[in-house]
Design a protein. Structure first.
Length: 151
């Protein structure tokens, strides 16, 4: 296996890793957005209950009923706090996945540049060899022509 083939195989492996990191990053982003949506839904649900409490107070509802509503709103507050913690965790995971993806992307780019440099170097080397061979053929032609008795 030539050096270029080894580099190409390495690029393939690293590109597959890059794809995996990209998928993990996208999954983390989606998870973060889902968590943020859940928080938004919880907050909206909480606001609806607060409006209901206000309307119950205005209509003169029983104290026990109002206490139950208030207790439920307190549970929603705790759920919102827990959801914020889950969002913070999701943000950290997303940032980590992004760093992994970008680091791998730089790695693949660097390897690809190295590969391109090697290809150019080998091409230049092959061109020089070819030119030397053409020069040798031309020199032999000139020598034969100069030595030939029929000139």
């Amino acid at each position: 296996m030539s050096k270029l083939q080894q580099i190409e195989l390495f690029i393939d492996i690293e590109t597959k890793k890059l794809t995996s990191f990209q998928q993990q990053y996208q999954h983390a982003q989606q998870h973060q957005h889902q968590q943020q949506k859940r928080l938004s839904d919880l907050e909206n649900y909480r606001l609806q209950y607060l409006r209901e409490i206000k309307s119950k107070v205005a209509s003169g509802s029983k104290v026990n009923e109002l206490i139950q509503y208030q207790n439920f709103v307190s549970k929603l507050d705790k759920a919102c706090e827990q959801q914020v913690m889950m969002i913070n965790q999701a943000v950290l995971v997303t940032a980590q996945r992004k760093r992994q993806f970008l680091t791998q992307q730089k790695r693949v780019d660097a390897i690809a540049k190295y590969h391109d440099k090697k290809v150019k170097k080998e091409k230049l080397h092959a061109e020089r060899i070819s030119q030397k061979q053409l020069d040798e053929v031309a020199n032999q032609y000139v020598l034969r022509r100069n030595i030939s008795p029929f000139t």
